[in-house]
Ligand binder design. Structure first.
Ligand code: ADP
Ligand code: MG
Ligand code: ZN
Length: 651
């Protein structure tokens, strides 16, 4: 959308810059207006008379002079005697008595005796050729104008594809104004290794000669790889900003067009432009849109994509190593990229940007609270501790949410409570206080959530409970228990996973113990528990019965969230049955153990559930003091789930 306007103008005068389109448009308009004005002027000052009237005037020798053209006669008439308008002529032309001379015009009729009559009346007459201007206009400008108009109408109908008919292969890359992207490395945090790698690129763009003198080859292409929202696009812009060079940015899907060959032309065009602007950076965002492995699919679009990719490969080989053009690309699907793209000499350097760690998150929070008034009591470190697994984009989003919440309270500063509420909103969805539960359901939900919390409290490895709530949130959750790990964790032991399984099943177990009956509320818990159990058995080799063989392929992209727990089975029917049985055994055992724990602490279950019903939410400290488990300060905290993210056991 953002480029549509520019292109539609470009259709008419493809060689000229935008400011020219403007003035040429105005010129044409002015000439048209002038022409219309002239026509109207003559219409009003000139009396149109019929040919027979003209002959009458001529006979009375009242015509002073005239000019004879192919199809009309203009001239001047000096009436001698006043007379009445001739009646019954079937015309309403004014031939009223006129004292003064007037200018006339009449349509010429084929009249061979005209010249004779003019001569006998002693009229000065002359022949006139049609005006150069109007002839030029009628013969050239008008038809060409019509054609162009027609053309543009047609191409607009063809739509986006039509654009490329006229602006053939023009690169859509935009050159960011005054060669400055407005961001630099200070605006990116939590990926110091990536910054360190890219510093070299910046340095080369700034002092190419130092590298050339030593014969060093700088990589032509750097691929930024990482999950969505970790700042890949931001980092690419920051590199251009640091080096103060031009930044051509376009996304992979810009390349992919329906018209075969146009994509390749775009690539060619882009590299030509870039080379003329060296040193500069070409950034291709979402490279996987064009860079997918070739020959996997068939179809017209795919042919086009492959041609585009081929052209990209050719261009990357085409420019010399130290030409001053550096290609950056970003993707979160490095696994689907064509091998040829990754070979040396192309995107041979990969920079991995991962979800930020604790220090990184704190630094990102600092960046995104710049210019936001924070109350002195706020503790960003604590917020960073509570947000493992958050990407930079998540954190930016949460900080904005906090500012919005503070504004809603008409506060002058953002307080810790705003920050925590914002994080919670990002993790569990917005509160829905309007969703009213009846008392019976509320008791069930409270029981269920306290079940989760108690299992967590009595497990050796579970994350500490941060908050319990029975305020409905998001789309489905009627209540939730938030457990926050206190540090990042990259390895998870089997015991920790088993504790997680128990925790997930604790809600259901509590319902069964207290009410003797179960509800639909545990669906999400069961789904996650099953996924986790299956993963333990198939992927991590944690079951003696199935053994160490890995029985599944990750079915989804490695970096896409929500992909854990889903994978394609990769084993025989027999093993599959074995796995199913093992999953069941594992879940059953965990459930039984959870129930045992809860039965043992039944009094606490009732006590906490009662409190929760009164207050609707309860923080971790209150919960622990209720069950007599006040956490010693700075206690070595519990681990993170397999996918390092805060656990909100919904339902
Ligand atoms: P990606 O391209 O990796 O999906 P973006 O670069 O588009 O992610 O990041 C989106 C937004 O999130 C950025 O504009 C920025 O505000 C914020 N952000 C992400 N990562 C970081 C980071 N490491 N430091 C600071 N801000 C970040
Ligand atoms: Mg991006
Ligand atoms: Zn639950």
């Amino acid at each position: 959308m953002k480029r549509g306007k520019h292109n539609s103008k470009r259709k008419f005068f493809p060689m000229l810059g935008p400011q020219w389109h403007f003035s040429i448009g105005y010129l044409v308009l002015a000439i048209l207006l002038l022409w219309v004005w002239r026509e109207m002027l003559t219409q009003f000052t000139v009396h149109t008379i019929t040919y027979s009237e003209f002959k009458d005037y001529l006979a009375r020798r009242e015509v002073v002079s005239c000019a004879v053209q192919d199809d009309e006669i203009d001239g001047e008439i000096q009436p001698q005697t006043p007379r009445a308008a001739p009646a019954g002529r079937g015309t309403n032309t004014v031939v009223a008595p006129l004292e003064k001379s007037f200018v006339f015009r009449t349509v010429r009729v084929d009249d061979p005796k005209l010249v004779e009559d003019l001569e006998s009346a002693k009229v000065k007459f002359s022949g006139v050729r049609p005006g150069f201007f109007s002839q030029f206009f009628v013969a050239w400008v008008l038809p060409i104008g019509l054609i162009v108009l027609f053309w543009s109408l047609i191409s607009r109908r063809i739509g986006a594809a039509g654009e490329s008919i006229l602006s053939f292969g023009q690169s859509k890359a935009r050159l960011v104004a005054d060669k400055d992207t407005g961001v630099n490395f200070h605006d990116v945090a939590g990926c110091d290794e990536a910054k360190y790698e890219l510093q070299e690129v910046v340095d080369f763009l700034k002092n190419p000669n130092r590298y050339k003198a030593l014969g060093a080859k700088i990589p032509k292409g750097v691929l930024l790889v990482g999950p969505p929202g970790t700042g890949k696009t931001l980092l690419a812009r920051a590199v251009a900003g640091e080096a103060k060079v031009a930044f051509f940015s376009l996304s992979g899907s810009d390349f992919v067009e329906m018209f075969v060959g146009v994509g390749a032309a775009r690539v060619r065009d882009l590299f030509q432009k870039a080379k003329s602007q060296a040193p500069c950076i070409i950034f291709i965002d979402e490279l996987d849109a064009i860079g997918r492995q070739r020959g996997v699919h068939v179809g017209a679009v795919n042919d086009e994509r492959e041609q585009t990719l081929n052209q990209l490969l050719v261009e990357m080989d085409g420019f010399e190593i130290n030409a001053g053009v550096i290609l950056l690309a970003a993707t979160n699907r490095p696994d689907v990229l064509d091998r040829a793209l990754l070979r040396p000499g192309r995107f041979d350097r990969q920079v991995v940007i991962d979800a930020p760690d604790l220090d990184g998150r704190e630094a990102i929070l600092k960046i995104h609270t710049r210019g936001k008034p924070l109350a002195p009591s706020t503790d960003l470190r604590k917020v960073a501790q509570g947000t493992p697994g958050f990407s930079g984009a998540d954190l930016a989003n949460a900080m904005n949410e906090a500012a919005l919440l503070a504004a809603r309270r008409h506060a002058r500063e953002i307080h810790q409570q705003d920050l925590e509420a914002a994080i919670e909103k990002v993790v569990a969805g917005p509160e829905r206080r309007s969703r009213r539960l009846n008392e019976e359901d509320k008791r069930r939900v409270a029981c269920h959530e306290v079940g989760h919390a108690l299992i967590a409290a009595y497990s050796q490895h579970a994350d500490p409970v941060h908050k319990i709530s029975i305020v409905p949130r998001g789309r489905a959750a009627l209540g939730y228990t938030l457990q926050l790990p206190t540090e990042d964790q990259f390895l998870v032991t089997r015991a920790e996973l088993i504790d997680r399984l128990r925790g997930l099943l604790g809600g259901r177990a509590a319902e069964e113990i207290v009410f003797g009956e179960v509800t639909t509320g545990a669906e999400n818990d069961l789904e996650r528990a099953t996924g986790l159990a299956r993963q333990m058995i198939c992927m991590y080799g944690m079951s003696a019965a199935v053994g160490l063989a890995r029985c599944g392929q990750p079915g989804h992209a490695m970096f896409l969230p929500g992909a854990d727990g889903y994978f394609q089975r990769d084993c025989s029917e027999e093993t599959a049955r074995e796995i199913d049985e093992e999953v069941r055994r594992l879940l059953d055992r965990s459930y039984t153990e959870a129930k045992e724990t809860l039965v043992k602490h039944r009094d606490q279950l009732d006590l906490v559930a009662g409190e929760l019903l009164k207050h609707e939410t309860m923080d971790g400290a209150t919960f622990r003091s209720l069950i007599g488990q006040a956490l010693p300060p700075g206690a070595p905290a519990a681990p993170v789930p397999a996918a390092p993210a805060p656990v909100a056991s919904g339902g």
